[in-house]
Design a protein around this ligand. Structure first.
Ligand code: MZP
Length: 497
């Protein structure tokens, strides 16, 4: 037996100690882009994303709609493999059919277009979202979004308490064309809106204002797109039907694949990688995992993995540790794997990116994971909460939730991910539950990205590699947990998100 001489630690057990912030270290200067697939040390990765977040390979998370929204905001989705090959290939095609790079000039909207006209134009152009701008008014340039899929003008009841000088009509706010950006922001915050369409007295759309207009506007320059202006999308595969599934997904246009397994340190993954890299001729990069130590990383990197995913037992819906006693604290797993990634890069001249998967309970855990050396982060619960995820929105005792279930639950029955030696799950490794509904993906991602930028600024880093190199972390004591827990009752409407 080997007993590792350490305690297994989670991301929650670390905090970042600030480094010097210099004048040019500002949130705007922070570049969150990161490599997704293996590349020569010092060279360019063939696949990078602008925001280091990817969505989990799960039924309740990665649908075409979520994949499009995430690609628009600079991340990447992995369409889940717990479905028939033709269904999964169709989901990949659905993302690739959408054209990226929306500009308001593309759809010829003008400030005087009505909401109905914009919607019709969007449908005709097979677009979900347009950027609408209006440079009139004292607030300067308004930048907004309109979406056929997500935009529900009637969703928010504005009729109750809008400012008296603004006349509510049919769920929209009518306002004089001179409404200032700060007036608009007040309305947005007061009514907890993601976006606010401003219509003129004669019912024309003057502009649409977002809560975080600047962030979103910026992200439109960082969409995850290919050379052919299509959104990028990944897809999960398994170690059983890969001979049929990989060619179908490649044909459908998948940009990157990932072997989806709860325990990736296996000969099955090596065989799958050998097929993808060797027999199939390396047509599309294939990531592998999950592992929790350097041995697992090296095994998969040697077998040709494009990236290696880290994490066993840490997922919010995961009960693998309780059921099988298998797993490792996510921080300890990352520290071990990242050290091996760096040794491997030194020895071979090849950098194999590491993805931190699961168990991130707060936004700041993403910063801790990046600081510990992760190149990008995979999230399930985080994305399941949004409008764009495929699961149902449910009202439980007056509070809104989205359904979220693990791939190891009876509901998902992902037998290819959980090797229990049978064609049916003999015991569950995941739970079936609910997560608090959080609205649309767009403002949430903008907020998370703003937090990541702010953390990196405090740590004096404007790039992810600099953050890896310079971050200073400290373990927190039990005592400091208790101090953090001092209870302050929140005012209604305030939030810690
Ligand atoms: P989280 O972001 O919800 O904490 O974790 C998502 C990750 O949990 C997934 O990417 C996957 O690795 C893992 N997962 C998915 N299903 C289960 C399960 O049923 C699971 N146990 O652990």
């Amino acid at each position: 037996v080997v007993i590792l001489p350490e305690v297994s630690r989670t991301l929650n057990e670390y905090l970042l100690v600030p480094n010097l912030t210099t004048e040019d270290c500002t949130p705007d200067n922070v570049d969150l882009s990161t490599p997704i697939v293996r590349h020569p040390v010092g060279g360019e990765s063939p696949l990078r994303i602008a925001v280091p977040l990817v969505s989990a390979i799960m039924q309740a998370v990665s649908s075409p709609r979520l994949a499009i929204a995430l690609a628009q905001t600079g991340g990447l989705s992995f369409i889940h493999q717990n479905q028939r090959i033709d269904e999964q290939a169709e989901s990949v095609s659905a993302v690739k059919r959408h054209k990226a790079g929306f500009r308001h000039s593309d759809i010829n909207t003008k400030p005087s277009a009505t909401l109905g006209e914009v919607s019709r134009l969007l449908r005709a152009a097979e677009r979900d979202i347009a950027v609408v701008t209006d440079d009139g008014g004292p607030g300067g340039l308004f930048v907004g979004l309109i979406s056929t899929a997500d935009f529900h003008p009637h969703r928010h009841d504005l009729n109750d308490s809008v400012e008296s000088r603004m006349r509510p009509a049919a769920g929209l706010v009518t306002a004089p064309p001179t409404i200032s950006l700060s007036d608009a922001n007040t309305l947005i915050w007061d009514h907890r809106l993601d976006l606010l369409p401003i219509v003129t007295a004669d019912g024309h759309l003057a502009s649409i204002v977002l809560r975080r207009d600047y962030e979103l506007h910026k992200q439109f320059r960082t969409e995850s797109i290919d050379d052919d202006k299509r959104f990028r999308v990944g897809a999960g595969i398994n170690t059983r039907d890969y001979r049929e599934r990989i060619p179908a997904l490649v044909e459908a246009g998948a940009d990157v694949l990932c072997i989806d397994s709860s325990d990736g340190y296996s000969a099955w993954q090596r065989n799958t990688l050998q097929y993808a890299v060797g027999e199939l001729g390396d047509v599309v990069p294939v990531g592998a995992g999950n592992v929790v130590d350097g041995r697992g990383f090296r095994y998969l990197a040697d077998a040709g993995a494009a990236f290696v995913k880290v994490g066993i037992g840490g997922g919010s819906i995961c009960i693998t540790r309780d059921q099988k006693g298998i797993g490792r604290g996510q921080a300890s797993a990352l520290i071990d794997v990242v050290a091996e990634r760096d040794r491997y890069a030194q020895e071979t001249g090849v950098y194999v990116p590491v993805c931190c998967d699961g168990g991130l309970l707060a936004d700041y855990h993403m910063a801790i994971a990046l600081a510990l050396g992760a190149d990008f982060i995979m999230l399930g619960r985080y994305f399941a909460r949004f409008d764009e995820s495929p699961s149902n929105l449910v009202n439980l005792d007056g509070q809104l939730f989205k359904e979220y279930w693990g791939e190891g639950s009876q509901r998902a029955r992902n037998v290819a991910r959980y090797d229990q030696g049978e064609t049916e799950l003999q015991f569950e490794e995941g739970v079936d539950g609910y997560v608090p509904y959080a609205g649309s993906l767009y403002p949430n991602i903008a907020r998370t990205v703003a937090k990541l930028r702010a953390t990196m600024v405090s740590c004096g880093a404007v790039t992810v590699p600099a953050f890896h190199r310079d971050a200073v972390l400290v373990q927190v004591s039990q005592q400091s947990y208790e101090q953090n827990g001092a209870e302050v009752r929140l005012r209604t409407g305030s939030s810690t998100q």
